[in-house]
Design a protein around this ligand. Sequence first.
Ligand code: PDD
Length: 285
Amino acid sequence: MSRIAYVNGRYLPRQAATVHIEDRGYQFSDGVYEVCEVRGGRLVDERLHLARLARSLGELRIAMPMTTAALGAVLRETVRRNRVRDGIVYLQITRGVARRDHAFPPAATVPGMVVTARNLDFAGNEKTAADGIAVITVPDNRWERVDIKSVSLLPNVLAKQAAREQGAKEAWFVDRTGHVTEGASTNAWIVTRDGQLVTHPADHGILRGITRTVLQDVIEAQGLDFAERAFTVEEAYNAREAFVTSASLIVMPVVRIDGRPVGNGAPGLIASALRRDFHRHAEFS
Ligand code: PDD
């Protein structure tokens, strides 16, 4: 089946889906994005993803190209045209096409918008979750506004590649005080020896993950102890469990950090239970 992409108002076969060489996303990473999970053909937590998108755009003073309802319709149509059942839909909005100049282009410049969707290997992801993943730690050398979901991801790209080269699936960024902020494309969590779930506060130092937000409802429903605070690499090494969250991985157990086994080296009971229950607390549309 040929894949279809939405590009600036049109649904096109992938080969024909192109953007202008002077799109500011291409020239300056001057744009934002969202990744939403698709499950059973429906969008998961669309409302929260589109609210975060509006916030990211607002922080960068890029105009919303259409209403939230219209954006949702484009997401759904792209999912439908690509026959996505279990996968992701990707949305990117840039400041548009203009002659290359760092400062903002003329006010009339129309934002650029691209949407793609694809199936993920559902069974493969379940198998990965049953095995758990390895992570490495790397210095957090990103800018100070990573709460904006910008397409400017060079440190994340380099961190993920470093992980890959060391046989790990994710890299955890560590700030100058030795605390873990988040993963290259995930939020980072530990379960302490006394059973407390810990993740970094959603300040400007991390992206406020939608999965992270919804998971707090699951945690509450399961009656678990939760603290939003920074944790050190040392604490993570000594944790009972660790895991990461994102729209594509949901809750993914971490079984090794920098080559050291976490807990008994197998996926933790709490992480596995949170993964199992997650979609009961998610919003489908
Ligand atoms: N990544 N932190 C970072 C740096 C991320 O890029 C992501 C998402 C998250 C988790 O956010 P959410 O739960 O809303 O997916 C945290 C997406 C999936 C990506 O880049 O593909």
